[in-house]
Structures are given as structure tokens and as C-alpha cells.
Design a protein. Structure first.
Length: 190
């Protein structure tokens, strides 16, 4: 049942208040996996990616809060998970041969852009009433806990765990982006 749901389950409506904001990033599989993917990339490449993610979140949330959106944002949000998974895998490969500052900057841009798409979707769904500040505080808290918790956990585990997680995120993002199409196509033939 979970695998057959739309990738952005949390995007349908946002309940107000701190609790609504706290649960919002956790209810959409794409948001939850993106937060975990960013924590994984930060543990493997650089903790500076957490700051890039925060910057992307602020920019994306502000854009979405104004009502602006981009075509296929839901699919792009899912594919951003794959991009961060691929980045993590490639980052380990290039870390030994490249300039680490350039790698961190390129990785930061990818992470910031991916997170900004997710945050834009949050901004579109966030309540625009007296509970707005509480909602965003809750969303930020849960995002920091998931992303930071993933980072801290993976820093303590063997690198092979981060690599395995990156492979999983690569696949999960693709599945969340295109899995519903496969389910629809499979149902059309029945």
C-alpha cells in the first residue's frame, strides 16, 4: 500500500500549527527520503552540505509561499532524491582525485537545488494564516532532526552503509518519480 501511494502524499493539504508542520515533512515519502539522502551525502562528502540544504530550504519555501511553482515539480522532487544518491556515490569516487572545495561546492549546489524543490512544495501547502510561523517551526524542527540524525548516525557507521544507502536513494527516487506511472500502465492492461 505504501509503495503504491503518490510520491508526495504530504502535498495534498497542510494542517496548521506546530504539530502540522512537524509531521508534514514526515508524511510524504519523497520528503522523508530527501532528508535522509541529504544527511547521508553530508556524512560522506562534507557536513557543509547541511548548510547548503538549509539555504535551499529557505529559498524554496519563500518561492513556494508566494504561490510560484514549476511544471512537474512533484517528479523533480522525487528525482532529486536520486540525484543526491548519485552525488553521494560519485562524491566518494572524486574525493580522492579532485579539489575537495570544488567537490563540496558542486555537491552543495545539487543538494541546495534538490531541497529547494521540496521546500517550494512545502511553501505551496503551508497554511497562510495565524499558524504559519508555528507550522514552519515544526517543519524545520522535524527536518533538522531527520537530516541531522541521519548525518550523525552514518558518521558512526562504516562507509559501506552510506554507500548502500546512496544506492537505495538512487533507486527510491526513480521509483517514486515513475512508479505510479507503472502502476497506472499495469492497471490499464487489466
Amino acid at each position: 500500500m505504501v509503495l503504491g501511494t503518490h510520491p508526495a502524499l504530504a502535498h495534498s493539504t497542510a494542517a496548521g500549527g506546530a504539530l502540522g508542520g512537524l509531521t508534514h515533512p514526515l508524511l510524504g515519502l519523497d520528503h522523508l527520503f530527501m532528508l535522509m539522502a541529504v544527511g547521508t551525502a553530508a556524512s560522506f562528502i562534507s557536513s557543509q552540505l547541511l548548510l547548503w540544504a538549509l539555504g535551499g530550504a529557505v529559498i524554496g519555501a519563500a518561492i513556494g509561499f508566494t504561490g510560484f511553482t514549476i511544471a512537474s515539480a512533484e517528479v523533480m522532487a522525487a528525482l532529486a532524491i536520486s540525484a543526491v544518491g548519485a552525488l553521494t556515490l560519485l562524491g566518494g569516487r572524486f574525493a580522492k582525485t579532485s579539489n575537495p572545495n570544488a567537490l563540496t561546492t558542486i555537491s552543495g549546489v545539487v543538494v541546495g537545488a534538490g531541497v529547494s524543490i521540496h521546500a517550494m512544495l512545502h511553501g505551496l501547502e503551508a497554511p497562510k494564516d495565524s499558524s504559519t510561523l508555528l507550522w514552519w517551526s515544526g517543519a524545520l524542527l522535524s527536518s533538522v532532526l531527520v537530516c541531522g540524525g541521519t548525518y550523525l548516525l552514518l558518521k558512526k557507521l562504516p562507509v559501506s552503509v552510506s554507500k548502500a544507502a546512496a544506492v537505495a536513494f538512487l533507486a527510491i527516487g526513480g521509483f517514486l518519480a515513475f512508479g505510479p506511472l507503472g502502476l497506472l500502465a499495469g492497471g490499464a492492461g487489466a
